[in-house]
Design a protein around this ligand. Structure first.
Ligand code: NAD
Length: 377
């Protein structure tokens, strides 16, 4: 049984879709100057970084990579090969980056296969394990299929850096497939949300061989406040999944506490200030407060914008589900984690909630308990 039955909800606010602006009719080979003029992309593979997945996180991570990346050794010109299945998102990113960095070679790629042909370092930031499999080892135009037609030297020079939050088992299997042909992959999931991605202050947790970690550092440091080597393949994901389990627990706990306090007669702002000066303080209470109207320091949480932007509920639930299934495999009891996963599960598939920040669980609880109070009368 789910911990809460949100299906009984009555009045919910429609979900706004994340806006993606600006369409440019660019395709194929392009070096954008002043964001408009296309020139031939001539940067060689060794000096090209591929970026696959230019969504809420990826587009900002790319931006910092382009601005801050320092080529180890004597600096040749570095180019970037970009790819996203969402053509509108890709064109928008290419247009913006071309305008901001008119002298940096950029190329739009039609597939991960195309990216792998142009770039020896490939970064991915896609939603789920299924997408990561498709990108790297899929039947069609995947990275692996491109590598198969390359020389041994080119394969050995290929380093893949997957930054998506996915199952450890999928990541390890993909890495082993790539190793079979002489390339390598590190798992390098991130924490810090869209704001951290934009400011370049992410915390990045890396799993894989130490030598591949060392090779990945210049790229990762350009988007992060802290990059930590966690151990062998999958260790970065282990750290990320454990952190996000706790994040879900604290967000739901804070939402319940805020709702209880409000119903018992404390003003939400007063209660929020008390919690932030007491033992209940956490990231959700200090930075990402779930109650609309509550002011916390100078933060501007998604709750102030009808929960738009931020870490969307369907991805937060995906991470909780990853934690639950990882715990089953590892024989770890997860009473609280299961309860939180069950609470988020119906929200992750609901039109009203799935594309809004995961702090929207407060609104769901509030509206659920309001309808329960009405039906008691
Ligand atoms: P998103 O959905 O905004 O972006 C993902 C992008 O990948 C989309 O533009 C999509 O079109 C593209 N994509 C999907 N399949 C593809 C394919 N086969 N080839 C090329 N492009 C493909 O998601 P996001 O919020 O950027 O999250 C990405 C990953 O980062 C997820 O695993 C998520 O859990 C993790 N993460 C997200 C946040 C956050 O706050 N949003 C924070 C930390 C970690």
């Amino acid at each position: 049984m789910p911990a809460y039955n949100f299906l009984r909800q009555t009045s919910l606010v429609a979900s706004p879709v994340r806006a993606r602006q600006g369409l440019l009719n660019a395709s194929g080979l392009a070096r954008h100057q002043q964001g408009r003029r296309a020139m031939a992309f001539s940067t060689d593979r060794a000096n090209t970084i591929g970026f696959i997945g230019l969504g809420a996180m990826g587009n900002h991570m790319l931006s910092n990579l382009i601005s801050r990346y320092k080529q180890p050794g004597v600096g040749a010109e570095v180019g970037f090969a970009l790819c996203d299945v969402d053509q509108a998102a890709m064109k928008s990113v290419v247009k913006r980056q071309g305008a901001e960095h008119p002298n940096v070679p950029l190329v739009s790629c039609s597939s991960p296969h195309d990216v792998a042909q142009r770039a020896s370092t490939i970064i991915s930031m896609v939603p789920t394990g299924k997408h990561v499999q498709e990108v790297y080892v899929g039947q069609g135009k995947s990275v692996l299929n491109a590598l198969k037609s390359m020389s041994q030297d080119q394969r050995a020079a290929t380093l893949c850096i997957d930054q998506s939050t996915i199952e450890q088992s999928v990541s390890k299997a993909v890495a082993l497939h790539l190793r079979e042909v002489g390339a390598d992959l590190v798992d390098a999931p991130v924490s810090g949300g869209v704001v951290g991605a934009e400011k370049g202050t992410l915390a990045i947790m890396v799993g894989g061989s130490k030598s591949s970690f060392d090779r990945s550092l210049p790229c990762l440091q350009s988007m992060a406040r802290k990059v930590t080597y966690c151990g062998d393949l999958g260790a970065g994901l282990a750290a990320k999944i454990s952190n996000n389990l706790l994040l879900g627990i604290t967000m739901l706990g804070l939402s319940e506490a805020m709702l209880l306090g409000k119903r018992l007669g404390v003003d939400p702002q007063v209660l929020a200030d008390i919690i932030n000066n007491s033992t209940g303080r956490c990231w959700s209470s200090e930075i990402n407060h779930p109650v609309p109207g509550v002011e916390v320091g100078d933060s501007s949480p998604p709750a102030h914008r009808n929960y738009e932007g931020g870490f969307v509920t369907k991805l937060a639930h995906k991470d909780l589900a990853l934690a639950v299934s990882a715990a089953e495999e590892a024989n770890v009891p997860l009473a609280m984690g299961r309860c939180v996963e069950e609470t988020y599960r119906p929200l992750a598939t609901s039109k009203e909630f799935r594309d809004r920040d995961f702090s929207v669980v407060y609104e769901a609880l509030d509206s659920l308990s309001s309808s329960a109070r009405t039906s008691k009368r």
